[in-house]
Structure formats: structure tokens, C-alpha cells
Design a protein around this ligand. Structure first.
Ligand SMILES: Cc1cc2nc3c(=O)[nH]c(=O)nc-3n(C[C@H](O)[C@H](O)[C@H](O)COP(=O)(O)OP(=O)(O)OC[C@H]3O[C@@H](n4cnc5c(N)ncnc54)[C@H](O)[C@@H]3O)c2cc1C
Length: 338
């Protein structure tokens, strides 16, 4: 039995926080099982990244390097991962659950005749055998299970362990040779929205959720979309919060009504949306219905602002409910943030 931790380097040659968290969990796993740990790195020049984690206790540092391995591409990522797994002869293989790894992991498992499990939220090897935790049915049921098939490939979710910290050093990097995969996909560059247009921020302390109430007729009989947009964006900028939404609000766009242009279905929190993790959450103009609040499962302190004293938040879904006009409250909050 042996464990292999796989990671790819970032554009600057370093390892991302998610990779260091998965490394910490892998070090712990190998120690609990009493098995050797190897590290496999993929990137243009993984040497500096290997040196940075030289003190992690791995017995071997393997790499696949070269310009074509610096960018996310199924053909090169899968071929590199397969070659590293074969070279290490590992029975347990761990990767950070980035979109890049989630895309190739099942294919790599198939090539190796193994099994892959994605979205792993915990590993326990205290019994001498690895058991993983994973959520099912939209985060409503948690299963703890093991598998006998080897190799077993695990994509570890961010935040399951603190990022690995330790001494840098000089890692002896073994280059793994592989047949050059066919590259039909050419990566021509990245297009990313400006930082202040990026409303989904997994690392933010606070999740700010907007509901359909922002688009409804208010007490004076008016719909105030412009004011809603300014209040929401000002708050996001001031608090560096991540933006979530209810399904009703993001669905309005699909029905051809004017809505808030910076919201998409990616912002939707809930049973058919996402289940983000933040220390705090603030819901505004939202009713707090069960299919929505189930997505708040991993939010620490929950507060809500709704005009309706009988809304779902009042029935045990929130720690604090402000029965108030969110337009007025957020204007005051933004004033203070300024
Ligand atoms: C199978 C299934 C899956 C679903 N999945 C999801 C999901 O993933 N996510 C999700 O969100 N929903 C989901 N839903 C829908 C969910 O049940 C609700 O319909 C939805 O969450 C309601 O959105 P809302 O609270 O924004 O809108 P509404 O129910 O219209 O509530 C708007 C609220 O805004 C308040 N309000 C209005 N003006 C103000 C103001 N000025 N200040 C303060 N409050 C104000 C009103 O009092 C009201 O409480 C699902 C439903 C089903 C059946």
C-alpha cells in the first residue's frame, strides 16, 4: 500500500491553497495508514513547487513537466496523471478537487482499472483502513464508506484540512517519461471578469443573499431595480462579501423580466443550487423557504432581513431575523461601511 498526492502548479509555478490543503490531508492519511507517501507534480517547471514542500515527508517526488503541461487540457492532464500513478505504483491517490482535477480523475481511474470518488469532505484512517465522507442527494445525506478496489482515486474538497505548512528544502525530483498525448485542444488564453465583477467569492467571510423581494413593488407602489442594484453592489464592494441568490430571483431573468444583470444561476443557493461555506450569511428580501435554506447548511451565523415576520427565517432557519425594509437597512449599512 502506498499513497500518491498529485497536484499541478499554478501559472506562477507555486501550489494553490487548495493543493496545500489536500497535501496536508494526504500527509495525515499516509501517517495514519503507516504507508509511504509520494508526491506527483505536473507543470511547466515543477522544481520550485517541489522544493517548497520538500519537508512534507514524501519519500519520492515525481514530475511530468513541459510547456504543454502548464495549462488545463484533458489530454495532457489525464496522460500526465496516469503516468505518475503508474510510476508511483500507488494504491491510494489524492488530488485537490479543483475543476481541473475533477474533470480528469474519473478518466484516469478508468485507465488504471481503479475507482474514483469526487467531492470527498473527510478521510479517516484511524481503523487502519481509509474511510471517506461524502455528501449525497444535494448535501442532505452524508455517507462514510470505503472501497476495496485499488487504485482508489480521491478528489479532496477545499477546507478539509488547514493548508500544509513546513520547511522548504531541496526535493530530488524524478522526471517521469510518457508518450506525448495527442493535443487537439489549444489553450489561447484566459478571459476573467474584473475582480469587482466577480461576485462569487468562496473565500469571503460573509455570504450575502438576495431574494426576489428586491424586484417586487415596494410600499410606495414602485419597483426600484436601479436602487436595488446600487445597494447590493455597494454592499458587496464594501464588505467583500460573496453574492448568493434565491432561485426565484435568478429565474426571473429566464422569464424575460428585467432583473439584476450581475446575477446568474451560478449564484443560486439551495437544493437545486449550491451549498457554499462561509462563516456568516445575510439574506435579504428572501422568504427563507426550505428548498433555499437547505443550501445554507454550511453557513455559520445566519441573519435575514424580511418584511414578513412569518417568513421561513422566523421559523428556526435564522439566528437573527430583522423584520424591516431591506432597502432602508442596507442603505444604512452601506453608509457605515463607507
Ligand atoms: C424542487 C425544488 C427545488 C428548489 N430549489 C431551490 C433552490 O435551490 N434555491 C432557491 O432559492 N429556491 C429553490 N426552490 C424555490 C423555493 O421553494 C422558493 O420558491 C424560493 O426560494 C423563493 O425565493 P424568494 O424567497 O427570493 O422569493 P419570495 O418567496 O417571493 O420572497 C420574497 C420575500 O421578499 C420579502 N420582501 C419584499 N420586499 C422586501 C423589502 N423591501 N425588504 C425586506 N424583505 C422584502 C417578502 O416579504 C418575501 O418574504 C426550489 C423549489 C422546488 C420545488
Amino acid at each position: 500500500m502506498s499513497t500518491l498526492f498529485l497536484a499541478h502548479t499554478e501559472a506562477d509555478g507555486s501550489l494553490a491553497k487548495a493543493a496545500l490543503e489536500a497535501l496536508a490531508a494526504s500527509v495525515q492519511l499516509a501517517a495514519s495508514l503507516g504507508t509511504p507517501l509520494s508526491v506527483g507534480l505536473i507543470g511547466e517547471n515543477p522544481g520550485p513547487a517541489a522544493d517548497a514542500i520538500a519537508g512534507c515527508g514524501a519519500g519520492r517526488f515525481l514530475s511530468v513537466s513541459g510547456g504543454e503541461f502548464s495549462q488545463a487540457r484533458y489530454a495532457t492532464d489525464a496522460a500526465a496523471a496516469e503516468a505518475l500513478c503508474r510510476a508511483a505504483g500507488a494504491t491510494l491517490i489524492t488530488v485537490p478537487a479543483t475543476s481541473r482535477w475533477n474533470r480528469v480523475l474519473p478518466g484516469v481511474a478508468h485507465r488504471l482499472g481503479g475507482r474514483a470518488d469526487t467531492h470527498v469532505t473527510g478521510i479517516d484512517a484511524s481503523s487502519g483502513q481509509a474511510h471517506i465522507s461524502r455528501w449525497f442527494y444535494r448535501q442532505r445525506m452524508e455517507a462514510v464508506f470505503t472501497r476495496s478496489t485499488r487504485p482508489w482515486l480521491l478528489a479532496l474538497e477545499g477546507g478539509i484540512a488547514p493548508a500544509w505548512q513546513g520547511a522548504a528544502g531541496s526535493a530530488h525530483l524524478e522526471a517521469v517519461a510518457l508518450t506525448q498525448p495527442e493535443c487537439r485542444t489549444r489553450v489561447v488564453g484566459f478571459e476573467a471578469p474584473a475582480a469587482d465583477q466577480q461576485t462569487i467569492r468562496p473565500d469571503a467571510e460573509l455570504l450575502f443573499v438576495t431574494g426576489a423581494g428586491w424586484t417586487k413593488k415596494q410600499a410606495d407602489g414602485q419597483i426600484k431595480l436601479g436602487e436595488a442594484e446600487t445597494l447590493i453592489l455597494d454592499f458587496l464592494r464594501g464588505a467583500r462579501a460573496s453574492l448568493g441568490s434565491t432561485k426565484s430571483l435568478v429565474d426571473l431573468g429566464g422569464e424575460g423580466q428585467a432583473i439584476l444583470p450581475f446575477l446568474s444561476h451560478l449564484n443560486q443557493v439551495g437544493q437545486t443550487g449550491s451549498t457554499p461555506r462561509h462563516a456568516k450569511g445575510l439574506a435579504t428580501c428572501c422568504h427563507g423557504e426550505e428548498p433555499h435554506t437547505v443550501g445554507w447548511r454550511f453557513i455559520g451565523e445566519r441573519r435575514a432581513i424580511s418584511l414578513d415576520a412569518n417568513c421561513g427565517w422566523a421559523r428556526g432557519k435564522a439566528d437573527v431575523l430583522y423584520v424591516a425594509d431591506a432597502f432602508a437597512v442596507m442603505a444604512k449599512v452601506n453608509e457605515r461601511l463607507r
